[in-house]
Design a protein. Structure first.
Lengths: 113, 115
């Protein structure tokens, strides 16, 4: 059974810092890995999707890397801003399909001015 | 990008009543949709897989007679919480899988409060 773990559980940083969120998964036979953002009481916003054949994906100030063999992914946020404050979730598909995502517990990020 | 909507966004009901939540893919067809629930300060847990034109597949521990799922068209799946109780209060989120099967998009969620 796939298990996804995110470290740290919470992170508080001053504005402008570069930061790294970590995600690990137990079963390396994944099709892809996805990072999401969730604001309080809201749904999920997809940030980055990395296919299993890729090593990283970039979108603006966000960069996500994937190391399947070690079962790890990192989300790098450059020059953090207060608007980045949210919960960040990583997820991987379970079993033999792209669906049925297994989520980590999330990292609660607070960026203070 | 692909958009998924949910209706209602929040609902408050009395214990014992049934509540229906709709999940729609607005600009694409989705043969497969998923229903998740999220308790406060916890992550999302998959409840069931909704397949257009066939019965839903429920995850272990999810009561199929309590959480009725209907996927009547390629753009609509509904989740009905029957005889709701306070312990069913949660945030319910749906997602729709692109026909390519490689990415899914999430709805904004429905906050259910059962009094």
């Amino acid at each position: 059974k796939q298990e996804v773990t995110q470290i740290p559980a919470a992170l508080s940083v001053p504005e402008g810092e570069n930061l790294v969120l970590n995600c690990s998964f137990t079963d390396s036979a994944i099709y892809n890995l996805q990072w999401f953002r969730q604001d309080p009481g809201k749904g999920l916003t997809s940030l980055l999707l990395i296919q299993s054949s890729q090593r990283e994906q970039t979108s603006g100030r966000l960069n996500a890397s994937l190391d399947k063999s070690s079962g790890r992914s990192t989300l790098y946020i450059a020059a953090s801003q207060p608007g980045d404050s949210a919960t960040y979730l990583c997820a991987v598909p379970g079993g033999t399909s792209y669906g049925k995502l297994t989520f980590g517990q999330g990292t609660i990020l607070t960026v203070h001015p | 990008g692909a958009v998924v909507s949910q209706h209602p966004s929040w609902v408050i009901c009395k214990s014992g009543t049934s509540v229906k939540i709709e999940c729609r893919s607005l600009d694409f067809q989705a043969t497969t949709m998923f229903w998740y629930r999220q308790f406060p300060k916890q992550s999302l847990m998959l409840m069931a897989t909704s397949n257009e034109g066939s019965k839903a597949t429920y995850e272990q521990g999810v009561e199929k007679d309590k959480f009725l799922i209907n996927h009547a068209s390629l753009t609509l799946s509904t989740l009905t919480v029957t005889s709701a109780h306070p312990e069913d209060s949660s945030f319910y989120i749906c997602s729709a899988l692109l026909t390519s099967g490689k990415e899914q998009f999430f709805g904004p969620g429905t906050r259910l409060t059962v009094l």
